[in-house]
Ligand binder design. Structure first.
Ligand SMILES: [Zn+2]
Length: 383
């Protein structure tokens, strides 16, 4: 994209480049995201120590939940990471409750992946449906706000639903499908998540008040973690499976179906990746995931660079369907595409509070109360 720019640079180790905001390179031309990866890599060793650590975590989850119907809760989307987490939890003898937040945009394959997985594994599923009128008003607001965070209302709502369902059922542990080795580390200006951000964008651009939206603000998170003792953990960073290896196991064990694209379990997600992030902002998030695969030795750097030569391609039929369902005319959408680009820094958020709490957050991370990636992502960058 920026090949003509004299300052254009690609990391000498991964495929992250100067289209990624706030990227920095050391004297060897290695980027700051590679350095974050190495720090996390040291904390999650894939040898015997990692295996022991995972066993300890699973024992603790089992002990904390011994008098409850469920000992952990897992949010499922039908995608690889969440389905694989469900599979691992069951294999390790846990008693998870699967929860699916339906924002109204599920594809048929995501629906079948969820129902096949819970049936095959014998796990109870709780579905939580968004109030579509209110939810799509929030989605429209984020498009009007002209920020790349169009999927944040969904991601945050999943967190809100999981925490509330955990509290209602006396569950202490939320198992996430996060994995820096396959997902990589998103720059903050491409993906910033915070409940106050949703409130302020909705106040400014929305038509409806936040009534049923399961928001998750920083005070909510403090309440859930400190008062209710709810903790989050991911099993995947302790395991060395690549995406492809996980997919093969899931196809074999739980009749899982591949969508043919990362996060294409939802039509809206696909629309955001191609029609918003790429078409409007020139953001290609595959750079983050491919960089992760290269750092983890699952893909060569040359292959990743080759893949990136083909830009994310949209589908006019999906664009038309999404605009119709969300309630924008083509003219209104054209207007949105031409708005000046903004980031979360243009709106009131809890970011100043997060920065003010830098040292307590670092302490909480070192005590494993908050995942270390939170500190690295929200407080590691100099912006
Ligand atoms: Zn790098």
């Amino acid at each position: 994209m920026m090949d003509s720019d004299a300052k254009y640079q690609v990391c000498s180790r991964c495929v992250s480049d100067t289209t990624i905001p706030d990227i920095e390179f050391d004297e060897n031309g290695t980027c700051n995201f590679c350095h974050i990866h190495d720090k996390l890599d040291a904390q999650f060793p894939l040898d015997e120590r990692g295996k022991q650590k995972l066993d300890q975590i699973v024992d603790k989850i089992r002990k904390d939940g011994q008098n409850q119907k469920y000992d952990c809760i897992i949010g499922v989307s039908g995608g690889t990471d969440s389905t694989f987490s469900l599979y691992v939890a069951k294999k390790m003898g846990l008693r998870p409750l699967a929860v699916h937040f339906d924002n109204g945009w599920n594809s048929e394959s995501s629906e079948s992946n969820i129902s096949n997985a819970v049936r095959k594994l014998g796990i109870e599923l709780k579905r939580v449906n968004a109030n579509f009128e209110e939810f799509s008003d929030i989605q429209r607001s984020f498009l009007k706000a002209s920020v790349p965070d169009a999927e944040i209302p969904t991601d945050l709502a999943i967190g809100g639903v999981l925490h509330r369902t955990a509290m209602e059922n006396g569950i202490r542990w939320i198992i996430s499908g996060r994995n820096f080795r396959t997902e990589g580390i998103q720059p903050l200006k491409w993906s910033y998540m915070d409940g106050k951000y949703v409130q302020s964008v909705q106040e400014q651009y929305g038509h409806l008040p936040l009534m049923t939206y399961p928001n998750l603000t920083i005070p909510d998170m403090i309440y859930f973690s400190l008062i209710n003792g709810i903790r989050s953990v991911s099993f995947l960073p302790y395991m060395s499976y690549s995406k492809e290896e996980m997919k093969e196991i899931l196809k074999r064990e739980v009749d899982w179906i591949d969508y043919g694209g990362h996060h294409f379990e939802s039509l809206y997600t696909r629309f955001v990746i191609t029609d918003i992030l790429w078409a409007k902002f020139g953001i290609d998030k595959r750079k983050v995931q491919l960089s992760a695969a290269v750092r983890s030795g699952k893909l060569t750097r040359d292959t990743a660079l080759e893949i990136l030569k083909t830009p994310p391609s949209g589908d006019p039929e999906i664009t038309r369907m999404v605009l119709e369902k969300i309630g924008f005319t083509e003219e209104e959408f054209e207007e949105i595409l031409s708005l000046p680009q903004k980031t979360f820094l243009d709106y009131p958020t809890s970011y100043p509070l997060i920065r003010a709490l830098k040292w307590p957050i670092k302490l909480a991370c070192s005590l494993n109360l908050i995942p270390m990636i939170f500190y690295e992502k929200y407080l590691g960058a100099r912006i």
